[in-house]
Design a protein around this ligand. Structure first.
Ligand code: NDP
Ligand SMILES: O=C1O[C@H](COP(=O)(O)O)[C@@H](O)[C@H](O)[C@H]1O
Length: 521
């Protein structure tokens, strides 16, 4: 586990990257561009090849030109130098295979062995399953049956989300893949863990006395985590109708951010030590009864509205969505972590589609001064806030109160601001994650006990929701979610802090923050 700059000095192990689902959306939008960035950053091994697998017939050259168009469309580096591009694309090979047919794997194995020979690769493999989860078990089992897992060299299996639909299906899936791969060979992707500022949480907390000494229930009033999207369900209704925001975002990304914020310092910066501390957070996460779900968890669904001036349909009018669908496209919840550090501190999370702004942000609200004789008589003084900005801006700011310059007196909030990606772009999540997997670093991948505990927490909520849909709230597309999400905090005497960049009008509508307006707007 280390920092990006440190990583550049890692030894690059020779390997073959076998990509199942090589013609799919994820491969085009994320994986080929990430591999190309790693190539441009000189972070790929010298002895390296990629084998793309999907059902359609194609040649190596045809596949390479598909990779080129994906890279030209989505990569953060332009393709300018033909010689350099050739060096990259000539490592790509294509193998047509229906993953359900056991026979085809023998030919794939023979191809990998030829490439081992050509590139002098000692049998090291990454199998990346960029396919629908129903294939994961079949592929793992066919790889084992055909002897892929018992040859010389290390083997790693990277799998995409969703990891199951609930605890039971996740256990079944885990059982299937565990018959072919050991836990330390399984890399479960949660792409939020590849985000620069999510990884930075650890450093911010554990490398700054300033923060770690106040990171507890004596000094923190509440923590708010928002991940809002402006997109709707897009073409994914078949999946999303069964998933909803709870399974799509809360079970994985939102809880991962909670864990990063709440974990204890690990004894060492080692993968398992860090994961052990994260798991303890989930063990302490209060699991809700059906009554508590109704009290602490809000679900919502968008209705027609406007996003950036454009009219957009409601969720129930989207293609492929049941016109009576009760699937939630928004979740807000109050979580409690019942341990010594966090007892009594609410963690509020909210995530949704078709919200006012695309943003992922964490706000740590510190407690008010117990008595502030001079400055807070009119209750206009805002609390200190630490805002960790994950997307689109990567950085953080710290809201402090200072004396207004001059002789008139008074107090003003100021923001100490740090922006990480303002000057130049930072690596995409998949770049980091692929790099880590190539180096056998699974710190920012999810361990099975994390996944299963997250499902236990989420299953209790979905079970409560199954009994009745009367609490499904509606919100207009282009807003910040249903009013019930505001009430969730209001009854505790708090409010959602506006995400950075929210319009001044919206900022002004938030009670008690008018002093902060000058800084946020
Ligand atoms: N797209 C995204 O941004 C994200 C995707 N994911 C996850 O990544 C995975 C892949 O998603 P995505 O790329 O969108 O899916 P797509 O449907 O776009 O691609 C699926 C891929 O699987 C191949 N495939 C399907 N059936 C077979 C088969 N029987 N044998 C061999 N290949 C087959 C398809 O190729 P062909 O039809 O030619 O055989 C295609 O290459 C899913 O688990 C998804 O949940 C997770 C986060 C984001
Ligand atoms: O995993 C998912 O994440 C995206 C949001 O990711 P982000 O990096 O753009 O914040 C979400 O749109 C999608 O529904 C979900 O499956």
């Amino acid at each position: 586990m280390g920092e990006w700059i440190v990583k550049q000095s890692h030894e690059h192990h020779p390997l073959i990257f076998v990509l199942f689902g090589a013609t799919g959306d994820l491969a085009k939008r994320k994986l080929f561009p990430a591999l190309y960035s790693l190539h441009k950053e000189r972070l790929l091994p010298e002895r390296f090849a990629v084998v793309g697998v999907a059902r359609g017939e194609n040649t190596d050259e045809g596949f390479r030109s598909d990779v080129l168009s994906a890279v030209e469309t989505y990569a953060r580096f332009d393709v300018k130098d033909q010689q350099d591009w050739d060096a990259f694309k000539n490592r790509f090979y294509y193998y047509p295979l229906d993953v359900k047919s056991h026979e085809g794997y023998t030919g794939l194995k023979a191809l990998l062995e030829r490439l081992d020979h050509r590139y002098q690769i000692p049998g090291n493999r990454i199998f990346f399953l960029a396919m629908a989860p129903e294939f994961f078990g079949t592929i793992a089992s066919n790889l084992k049956k055909t002897g892929f897992t018992s040859t010389q060299g290390w083997k790693r299996l990277i799998i995409e989300k969703p990891f199951g639909h609930d605890l039971l299906s996740a256990q079944q899936l885990n059982q299937q893949i565990s018959e072919a791969f050991a836990e330390d060979e399984i890399y479960r992707i949660d792409h939020y863990l590849g985000k620069e500022m999510v990884q930075n949480i650890e450093v911010i907390r554990f490398a700054n006395t300033l923060f770690e000494s106040v990171w507890n229930n004596r000094y923190i009033d509440n923590i708010q985590i928002t991940s809002s999207e402006t997109v709707g369900v897009e073409e994914r209704a078949a999946y999303y109708e069964k998933s909803g925001a709870l399974r799509d975002m809360v079970q994985n990304h939102m809880l991962q951010m909670v864990m990063m914020m709440a974990m204890e310092p690990p004894s060492r910066l080692k993968t398992e030590a860090i994961r052990d501390e994260k798991v303890k957070v989930l063990r302490s996460l209060r699991r809700y009864t059906p009554e508590e779900v109704r009290e602490h968890v809000v679900r919502g669904q968008y209705t027609a509205g406007r996003i950036k001036g454009q009219a957009v349909p409601g969720y129930r009018e989207e293609p492929g969505v049941d016109p009576n669908s009760a699937t939630e496209t928004f979740v807000a919840a109050k979580l409690y972590i019942d341990n010594f550090r966090w007892a009594g501190v609410p963690f509020y999370i909210r995530t949704g589609k078709r919200m006012a702004q695309k943003s992922t942000e964490i706000v740590v609200q510190f407690k008010e001064m117990p008595i502030n004789l001079y400055f807070n008589r009119e209750r206009t003084l805002g609390p200190n806030l630490l805002v960790i900005r994950i997307h689109p801006v990567e950085g953080m700011h710290l809201m402090l109160n200072v004396k207004r310059p001059g002789t008139e007196g008074g107090i003003i909030p100021v923001a100490m601001d740090f922006c990480q990606n303002c000057a130049e772009g930072t690596p995409e999540a998949y770049e980091r994650l692929l790099y880590d997997a190539m180096h056998g670093d699974s710190t920012f991948f999810t361990r099975w006990d994390e996944v299963s505990l997250a499902w236990k927490f989420v299953d209790a909520i979905s079970a409560a929701w199954e009994t009745s849909t009367s609490d499904l709230a509606h919100y207009t597309a282009g807003t910040w979610g249903p009013e019930e999400a505001n009430q969730l905090l209001r009854k505790d005497g708090f409010h959602w802090w506006p995400v950075s960049g929210q319009s001044p009008e919206e900022l002004k509508s938030v009670q008690k923050v008018h002093k902060a307006v000058e800084v946020f707007s």
